[in-house]
Design a binder for this molecule. Structure first.
Ligand code: NDP
Ligand code: 8X3
Length: 253
């Protein structure tokens, strides 16, 4: 049976690859992001190519009222969400604690932590009503080990790690699975955003090794979502073969 899969941050990178992967398996999708034109383009492509239904919702996950309004206003048939992929997120800057920008810190915490909480709170009543659901949070290896100049980005992903664990415990009674997928370096728009459009600096983030692709992560998320109803992957970390943890890389000589 086709499920409804909600993917936040589907306009780029891992979220977009998840949309393609779940659409290919004939699931219907709710895709979100702030860039309406990218949402429109993805919806048109997936509906035409794969014959699935796609609903796009354009909002900023930092905006609590906008998040609540988007989900309260869903047509009844779209409220039967089976899988929520909390993917929208970003890093801003990679500076030593004393030099980092406070506004960047706030944006990361508001997006990666508050945004994930707002969306989860809005969607959970639909899953509780169905007595089933699966929440998959995009954490990071940066939520397992802090690295130099990673400070508040790492803190935001440590928060995702603990929120995921807390959700899993509290939602046991509702038959809702909660999974964290924690990638190492994945080549997406992540570094371009982190370095605020500085293309050379962003590209240099992947110098000397072959990073994961967005589709590698989408396949992993899809795997977690495809296991039998009684099985829940709790926590899955994944890196490319040239990375171990957050700071060990074996780069091309
Ligand atoms: P991208 O920059 O390619 O994609 C980020 C997505 O998040 C975009 O669709 C963007 O949409 C959305 N987003 C960002 N801020 C907001 C916001 N305020 N409101 C709504 N949507 C927002 O990066 P990735 O695909 O790499 O990142 C996806 C997730 O994976 C993030 O949580 C990231 O922390 C995590 N991750 C990434 C890794 C990597 O190396 N790339 C490694 C580990 C984890 P729009 O701009 O249209 O709003
Ligand atoms: C993104 C991976 O190592 O750049 O979460 O922080 S890293």
């Amino acid at each position: 049976m086709n499920k409804i899969v909600l993917i936040t941050g589907a306009t780029s990178g891992i979220g977009k690859a998840c949309a393609e992967k779940f659409a290919a398996a004939k699931h219907n999708l709710i895709i979100t992001g702030r860039r309406q034109e990218r949402l429109d383009e993805l919806k048109a492509t997936l509906e035409t190519r794969l014959g699935i239904a796609v609903l796009s919702l354009c909002f900023d996950v930092q905006d609590k009222a906008a998040v609540a309004a988007a989900f309260e206003g869903l047509p009844a048939e779209w409220k039967k969400i089976s899988i929520l992929i909390n993917n929208a997120g970003l890093a801003l800057g990679k500076d030593s604690f004393e030099n980092a920008d406070i506004q960047d810190w706030e944006t990361m915490l508001n997006t990666n932590v508050h945004g994930l909480l707002y969306v989860s709170k809005a969607v959970l009543p639909f899953m509780i009503e169905q007595k089933a659901g699966h929440i998959i949070n995009l954490g990071s290896v940066a939520g397992k080990e802090v690295y130099e100049n990673g400070n508040v980005y790492c803190a935001s992903k440590f928060a995702v790690d603990s929120i995921t664990k807390a959700m899993r415990i509290d939602l046991l009674k509702h038959n809702i699975k909660v999974t964290a997928v924690n990638p190492g370096a994945v080549e997406t728009e992540f570094s371009l955003v982190r370095f605020k459009g500085a293309t050379a600096k962003a590209a240099a983030a992947y110098d000397g090794f072959t990073p994961l692709t967005a589709m590698d992560i989408a396949q992993t998320v899809f795997f977690c979502a495809s296991l039998p109803p009684h099985v829940c992957i709790n926590d899955l970390s994944i890196t490319c073969i040239q990375q171990a943890g957050t700071y060990y890389f074996y780069k091309n000589q």
